[in-house]
Design a protein around this ligand. Sequence first.
Ligand code: ZN
Length: 341
Amino acid sequence: MRAAIFHENGGPEVVRIEEVARPRPGPGEVLVEVRAAALNHLDLWVRRGIPIDTTMPHIGGSDVAGVIAEVGAGVDHGRVGERVVVNPSLWCGRCRECARGEESMCAEYRILGEHTDGGFAEFVAAAADRAYAIPDELSFEEAAALPISYQTAWRALLARARLRPTEDVLVIGASGGTAIAAVQIARLAGARVFAVTSGAENVRRLREIGAAFVYDRDVEDWSKAVFRDTGRRGVDVVVENVGAATWAGSVRALARGGRLVTYGATAGPRVEIDVRVLFWKQLEIIGTTMASRSEFEEMLRAVVTGGLRPVVDSVMPLDQAREAHERLEAGGQFGKIVLVP
Ligand code: ZN
C-alpha cells in the first residue's frame, strides 16, 4: 500500500510517499481502508522528533475515517464494509484511572499515529472498539476532522473548565482545528464566545460559526477589548493553546473566579504567572489533553443531537502529504487539513 512515511526527524522534506506492507488486523482489531485522514499539530511535533518514543520509520496520522476492510480474531465479521471514524486513544484498561473512566490520565496513554503507525496511508489497523460508525450526516472528510480536535475541545470546556450556559468564553488562536472546535462546542453549551485570530477572513468565518466578538490580534489589543466588551468584568473561561505569546493577555482577560484551560503551546512552553493575581482573583489554571472514552462518545453524539459540524480547511491527495505539512506549519489554515489516499 502507499503511505506518507518518514525515516528520520526533520522538516516537511523528510515526508515521502512509499510503498509499504499493508498492516494486518490483530486480535480485537479492524483493518480500516482509509478514505480521509486529518492533520494535527501533533503530526508536526512527531515529525520533528518530539516526543522521542515514536516508531521509526513512521507513518503519522491520528485522525482517520474509512471503511472496515477486514476484521481480526474475535471481531464480528458483520462489521466489514462499515463506515467508521477511529478514536486514536490507546490506554491500558487496567489501572485506577482507566477504571474510573479517566482514560486520558492513564500512565500508559498513547495515541495512534504518534506512538504507532497511523492513517496517512491506504490502510491502518485499529482496535475494533475504537472504530465508531460515522453519523450519516458526515462525509469521510468531515468525520476525519473530528477525533483529536473535537474530543480535546469537548473535555477542555465541559469536563475540565466546567463551562456553564450563560458564561463567557474566550478562545485564543481561533483558526486552528481544536480552537474552532472549542468555539462550536462553547456555542452548543449555551455560552457567549469571544475569539482571537488574525486576518479579516478568519474574523468573518468565526462570526459565521457563532462567535459574538472576534478580535484581530494584528489590529487591536484583544485583552483590553475583552475587558471593554464584558463591561470591565472579563471572561469566565479562556481556552489556551498558544502558550508564551498569548499567556499574559489570557490571564489578564479572566474575570474573578475565572478558569484558564490549556491543551497546547504552539508558540512556546515557558510562561510566567504573578501568584498575587492568581489568588486575589481566585483564578484556576487547568491542564487538559485528549478525552476519556465516554467524552469521545458524547462528542460524537453531539454531531447528531446538536448539529456539531467539523470545519474542513482543505482536502488534499495523500501524495501531497509534504505540502499538507507545510500548509499546517505556515498556520494560514481555517479548520482541518485532510488527506485522501
Ligand atoms: Zn490505564
